[in-house]
Design a protein around this ligand. Structure first.
Ligand code: FES
Length: 107
């Protein structure tokens, strides 16, 4: 379980990257939901935390592949492989990521 930041420090519509290996991107959607996925796009080496968030989708900043934050699945080309998803929890105002044990599975 990895601490991310205080809940109030991650505004709606924003994301934060945590420097795990591999890095993880944590998103707070406009609806206030929290999601965590592997930060690196499965197409090439781009940081999804720098992408554009729309609903539960994040668009890669490099070639505009889109990933569903709930499943990690790409919703359009050029990405074909999913990113890992990770469970997120909030305890006493602190956001935590529970890193998934294996590729493609949530913790
Ligand atoms: S690097 Fe993400 S779509 Fe190409």
């Amino acid at each position: 379980m990895i601490p991310v930041c205080r809940f109030e420090n991650l505004p709606e519509g924003e994301s934060v990257r945590i420097e795990t290996t591999p890095p993880i991107a944590v998103f707070r959607t406009e609806d206030g939901e929290l999601y965590a996925i592997d930060d690196t796009c499965t197409h090439q080496d781009a940081s999804l935390s720098e992408g554009w968030l729309e609903g539960c989708l994040v668009e890669c900043p490099l070639h505009a592949a889109s990933f569903d934050l709930r499943t990690g699945q790409p919703t359009c080309l050029p990405a074909r492989r999913p990113v890992r998803t990770h469970r997120v929890s909030v305890d006493d105002g602190m956001i935590y990521v529970h890193v998934a044990a294996e590729e493609g599975t949530a913790a």
